[in-house]
Structures are given as structure tokens and as C-alpha cells.
Design a protein around this ligand. Structure first.
Ligand code: MG
Length: 272
């Protein structure tokens, strides 16, 4: 065999290994609100007693609750709140490609990150999943509220009008990859929705976790997490342990390629 042929065979062998190595495989099952798509080749979640995988389609599907009609106007703002976005002014955020238009800001490239670092807080945010169909189910109104830039309350279009649904720990208002919401209180795409999040930041002694992050969340006024422990930073198809960080970090809104809109974002820092 000439060196040239040997080299060619080696390249073909490498390509074959790449093709044959196990890839992330989506599986599905029939649920109440459509076919649920997810993964079974991911780690088992200790918080479920090892019963369910990360992004497991077999995880119980949160019951759908109609939260009532969407408010036309942004909700009221408490007098002591820090307004992060009033529909026009993005000066509370780092420079961004996200575009302001007609009382909202639309997700563009990258994430939108606050200039101000925040610890524990009460946060109000209004968002809208696009009414136009996504090219792929997984990018259907996909964004998220990244508490401290690390811990995600998922934004996704999980309304039962669709016949395909994402895995419960990735649907709207889930603590992404960890805990599904108590119920599915999603409005239709193209309608304004709200999250009200009470977040207690995790505490560390160096890299050692002293107390985990905790979230209580209302989605469109409906309770979806009641003092729920956050088990670590957000990741996809994995489990990440906590790693020590500052007591305050910027809040981020996730850019995930979907033109999700936001308005009326305010925060009330706690424990100061
Ligand atoms: Mg997300």
C-alpha cells in the first residue's frame, strides 16, 4: 500500500468513526397536549430520585391551565422598582443588537445582559412568542430569563395549540433541564405573557455551596414554582454542579435565534 492510499484509508476510517459514534437522539411519546419530544440518552436527574433523564419525554406532563385573556397594556410598576426596560430605553443593558420597536425589544444576536449585577430579587417581565411558525419545533419562541446569567427560567411557546411539545423540563416556565412547571399556563403565540419571579441567590463559601438558589415563579399570574430549589447552572443534555461565584451577577435574557419580544421589565432587589 502506498503512503497516499494508507493516508486516504485513515481519513475514511476517521470519518466512519465520526458517523457511527452515538449522537443525541430525539425520542417521543403521545401526551395530553400533543406528541412530547425529548431524550433518553442523557444523565438521570438525582432530584427525581434517578427516575427521569435530563429532558425526559416520559416525565409527567404539566396540566394545561388557561390563564385568561392577555392584558393589552403593560402591567403597573411599583414605585420602588428599578425599571430595566420601559418599552423604549435600553440604557440599563449592555450594548446589544436587539432592536427596540413600538414599545418592545425583540431578541436578536446574542443575549441581552444588564449593566447592573443583581443578587436576590423580585422580577417582573412580559414576553411574547412569535405568531409566525418556527422553522423547527425546538426554536419555537425559544429564549429564557437567565438569573445571574446562569440559572434559567425557560421561555418557549408551549401552548397546546401545537401538536408537538418539547420535553417538560424545557417547556415554558421550566427551570431548564431540571424542573417542569407545576402547570402549563402558556398563552397562544402572538399574545403577551408574564413571569413574576422571586429569586433567592445561591450562597457560597469559596467554591463550596452553602445554600442553593431558590425560585418562586408565577406564569401569567398562575403559580408554577413554589420555593423550588435550583440544582445548578443551566446546561443542555447535561447536569452541571454549582460553582462558587459573586453574590451579584448581571441578569440576562437569552438569545436563542427566535424573535421573542419583551416589554415592561422591572426588578426589586431583596435583602438590602
Ligand atoms: Mg431557553
Amino acid at each position: 500500500m502506498t503512503p497516499k492510499i494508507a493516508c486516504l484509508l485513515a481519513v475514511v476510517a476517521l470519518l466512519l468513526v465520526g458517523t457511527l459514534s452515538p449522537a443525541a437522539e430525539l425520542v417521543s411519546r403521545k401526551g395530553e397536549c400533543g406528541t412530547i419530544v425529548g431524550y433518553k440518552d442523557t444523565p438521570l436527574l438525582p432530584a427525581t430520585g434517578g427516575k427521569y433523564h435530563v429532558h425526559d419525554p416520559d416525565r409527567p406532563e404539566p396540566k394545561y391551565v388557561d390563564p385568561g385573556p392577555a392584558p393589552e397594556l403593560p402591567g403597573p410598576v411599583p414605585s420602588d422598582a428599578i425599571v430595566l426596560f420601559d418599552g423604549q430605553d435600553l440604557s440599563a443593558w449592555e450594548p446589544t443588537k436587539w432592536k427596540v420597536a413600538d414599545g418592545y425589544v425583540e431578541a436578536g444576536g446574542g443575549s441581552l445582559v444588564t449593566r447592573q449585577p443583581l443578587g436576590s430579587f423580585q422580577l417582573h417581565i412580559e414576553w411574547m412568542a412569535p405568531a409566525t411558525p418556527a422553522t423547527h419545533m425546538m426554536s419555537r419562541g425559544n429564549s429564557g430569563v437567565l438569573l445571574m446569567g446562569l440559572y434559567e427560567i425557560q421561555i418557549f411557546d408551549s401552548h397546546p395549540v401545537h401538536d408537538e411539545q418539547i420535553y417538560p423540563d424545557g417547556q415554558a416556565a421550566s427551570i431548564y433541564g431540571q424542573t417542569p412547571p407545576l402547570v402549563n399556563a402558556c398563552r397562544k403565540p402572538g399574545q403577551w405573557q408574564s413571569f413574576d419571579i422571586v429569586f433567592t441567590a445561591p450562597e457560597f463559601d469559596g467554591d463550596k455551596l452553602v445554600s442553593p438558589g431558590v425560585a418562586t415563579v408565577c406564569h401569567n399570574g398562575v403559580l408554577v414554582h413554589n420555593h423550588q430549589q435550583i440544582t445548578g447552572p443551566m446546561t443542555h443534555r447535561q447536569i452541571l454542579p454549582y460553582r462558587g461565584h459573586a453574590a451579584k451577577l448581571p441578569l440576562a435574557l437569552q438569545g436563542h435565534g427566535s424573535p421573542v419580544r419583551f416589554r415592561n421589565i422591572w426588578v426589586r432587589p431583596l435583602g438590602e
